[in-house]
Design a protein around this ligand. Structure first.
Ligand code: G3I
Length: 342
C-alpha cells in the first residue's frame, strides 16, 4: 500500500514540506523532476550541492559562471510545480578559490566582488527562487551567548575576514535589491545550542534595525527568516529546539526547518558503531518530539525540509538518519512523524 504524500499529511499545519535534489533527480531537458519520491511527498526543493558558490563559478575571475546544471534543476522543479530554495550565496565552505583569496583583499575590493557575485547569481535566477539562504553557517561551533556577534564569526569566512561584520548587512541588501520578491534567510546548524542561537538572534536583530533606519518606509524586514538546519542525533533534546524558537520569536521573522535529519545513534557512536534497533526507536521518538514542537509553533514556521529521503542517499548514511530505509520502506521514524499529528 502506498503511503499518503507527506505534504498532504501536514498540509493543515505547513504549506511547504521540502527535501533536497541533485542533478540525477531531474530529466536531461530540465522539464520535470523524475524522482517520484520527491514529486510524491514534497512541494519545495533545495539543491543539495548544485547552487553552492563552488558549483556556480569556476576559477578566476568572478565572471565565469556555470549555471547549466542549476538551471536544469530549477526549471525542472518549477515545471513540476515545486518551489525552489536557493542554497547558498555566502559561505566559508564549498566556495571557489577566488572567493577564498579575497580573505586577504582590501575591504573595498572584497565588497565590490561580493556584491558583483550576489547580483549576478540572484539576477540570473530572479523570479524562480522562493527564498534564498543568503548567509550560511557564519558562527563557529562552541560560540558563547555572551560574545559579540560582530567579532565572533568564523575566521575562515573570506567575507568576514576582508570586509568585517558589515558584510552581513551589505550582502543581504544586495540580494534584496537584485530580487525584491525573494524571501531572505540566514541559515545555520546547532541552533538548539544557546550560544549559537543567541549570536544569531543578536545579529538578525541588529541588522534588521540598521535596515529599518536606512529604509524607514519599507514594511519588510531585511533578514526575513532563520533556517534552523536541525542536523540532530539521539543526544539532542527537543526542549532545546523549543527554547530556541522562543528566543527567535520576538524578532518577528519566519522560521524554517531547513535541513532536518536525525542520526539513529549518539554523536559519539556516529562513525564508530553500527546503528542498533534501540537507536532507531530513540530516533523515532526524537523525530516525534521535534514535530510536536514544530506543530506547536506552526504560526512562525513556514517550511519543514528534510535533508534526504532514503538513508542510502544521505550525507551521513551510516547513521541511518532519514524517514525511509534504503529500499524506500517507511521506518519507525516515518510513523513517529505521522504520530505527532495526533
Ligand atoms: O563532486 C565531487 C566528486 O567529483 C568527487 O568524486 C567526490 C569524491 O568525494 O566528491 C564530490 O563532492 C562531494 C559533494 O558533496 C557532492 O557529492 C564532496 O566531497 C562532499 O564534501 C559534498 O558534501 C556535501 C556537504 O554539504 C559539503 O559541505 C553534502 O553532499 C551536502 O549534503 C552537505 O550539505 C550541507 C549544507 O549545504 C549546509 N548545511 C550542512 C549540510 C551537511 O553538511
Amino acid at each position: 500500500m502506498s503511503l499518503p504524500p507527506l505534504k498532504d499529511s501536514f498540509s493543515a499545519h505547513f504549506s511547504m514540506i521540502g527535501n533536497i535534489f541533485n542533478p540525477n533527480d531531474v530529466n536531461a531537458g530540465g522539464t520535470a523532476v523524475t524522482n517520484t519520491r520527491l514529486t510524491r511527498h514534497f512541494n519545495i526543493l533545495t539543491a543539495e550541492n548544485s547552487m553552492k558558490p563552488s558549483e556556480l563559478t569556476r576559477g578566476v575571475p568572478a565572471g565565469e559562471y556555470n549555471f547549466t546544471t542549476a538551471d536544469r534543476m530549477v526549471n525542472a522543479a518549477l515545471a513540476s510545480n515545486i518551489k525552489v530554495v536557493g542554497h547558498t550565496l555566502l559561505w566559508h565552505s564549498q566556495i571557489p578559490q577566488w572567493q577564498r583569496n579575497l580573505a586577504s583583499a582590501s575591504k573595498e575590493t572584497a565588497l565590490a566582488a561580493m556584491k558583483e557575485y550576489i547580483t549576478d547569481v540572484v539576477d540570473h535566477f530572479k523570479g524562480r527562487i522562493y527564498s534564498w539562504d543568503v548567509l550560511n553557517e557564519v558562527f563557529p561551533d562552541g560560540v558563547t551567548a555572551g560574545s559579540d556577534w560582530k567579532t565572533s564569526m568564523r575566521g575562515n569566512n573570506p567575507w568576514f575576514r576582508s570586509i568585517g561584520s558589515d558584510f552581513v548587512y551589505e550582502g543581504f541588501l544586495a540580494v534584496r535589491l537584485a530580487d525584491p520578491d525573494a524571501i531572505l534567510y540566514y541559515n545555520d546548524y546547532n541552533t538548539d545550542q544557546v550560544g549559537k542561537a543567541t549570536m544569531i538572534r543578536n545579529m538578525v536583530r541588529d541588522v534588521n534595525a540598521r535596515y529599518k533606519q536606512a529604509y524607514p518606509n519599507e514594511p519588510r524586514l531585511l533578514i526575513e527568516g532563520i533556517g534552523m538546519q536541525e542536523h540532530h542525533n539521539t543526544d539532542v533534546s527537543a526542549k532545546n529546539v523549543e527554547n530556541t524558537i522562543k528566543l527567535f520569536k520576538p524578532l518577528g521573522v519566519k522560521l524554517s526547518v531547513s535541513e532536518l535529519d536525525v542520526l539513529g545513534q549518539s554523536w559519539n557512536d556516529y562513525g564508530s558503531a553500527a546503528v542498533t534497533p534501540g537507536g532507531l526507536e530513540q530516533q523515532a521518538m526524537l523525530y516525534r518530539d521535534l514535530f510536536r514542537v514544530y506543530i506547536e509553533n506552526k504560526d512562525i514556521i513556514e517550511r519543514i525540509t528534510l535533508w534526504g529521503v532514503t538513508d542510502d542517499r544521505s550525507w551521513r548514511s551510516s547513521g541511518l538518519p532519514l524517514l525511509f530505509d534504503s529500499s524506500g520502506k517507511a521506518k519507525l521514524s516515518y510513523y513517529a512523524v505521522i504520530d505527532a499529528l495526533k
